[in-house]
Design a protein around this ligand. Sequence first.
Ligand code: NCD
Length: 319
Amino acid sequence: MPAASQLSSPHLLGIEGLSPAEIELLLDLSEHYVKMNRSGNKKSDVLRGRTIINVFFEASTRTRTSFELAGKRLGADVINISPEVSAVRKGETLLDTALTLDAMHADLLVVRHPESGAVQLIAEKVRCAVVNGGDGAHEHPTQALLDALAIRRRLGRLHGLVVAICGDILHSRVARSNMLLLKTMGADVRVVAPPTLMPADIDRYGVSVFHDLAEGVRDADIVMMLRLQQERMRGSYVPSIAEYFHFYGLDRAKLAGAKPDALIMHPGPMNRGVEIDSDVADDINRSLIQEQVEMGVAVRMACLDLLTRDLSTNQGTGQ
Ligand code: NCD
């Protein structure tokens, strides 16, 4: 695989379209930032003079905070805006908001939006770089990258690993980005969900489909649990939370068939007792959940670094 030294797109809108070499480049640079974040001096000036604006139209703890920390640790000026306190409340459109921020010479916008495709739309109109912080049920590329980094650091590789992604696949941008990344890197990916929470187009991802959790996690190296995205559900997808946990909640009994040292992941926020039992979520020998959060800052530093490296050749297509 030829090594990449930069990303081919000026934006990071999804995992779709990234080559294995580009994914390796992002993960390798993230390793550098993991070291820096663990050292006494967490601050550098590679983004000095740059302006980053986080525009989050949906709730977020981990993603927004880690992008802010990432930007600040690299020496950028970072601003957060949210719709509740912006002119969106006065009826301004998404694109007008984005163009306004672009006119202030932002270098990079990080955007989260409830509609799939909204972030791409912005990227087509602005001059600055755009990073997708999660768009609807479509993609969440930095989450998949941080998940891959956490796995690679523990198990030394992605290729050939059996990864079971379990829960609300239908509404999950985390699942989509992870399926794309893990397949690109040669992992054996399984998805586990009730039929009502399995996307109709799941065949296009080249993953194995299971409806029984114990069966889906059998001999898995990694068990990745997903939150039930009730805010995206219009109608009833599960009979009750108690029944969902009974069949699809990860507990010791259902985990028993996975590899003896299988690792448990969850992107957060977790709903304990809905998709995961506290007993397994808090098992320090098996759970990667806190490490995922740590990796999130490093991965976002790598993304910001690579996307702002040479702004003279790194401009969007807009006017
Ligand atoms: C995820 C998201 O927003 O897509 N959270 C995150 O970014 N860590 C998953 C979720 O909301 O369940």
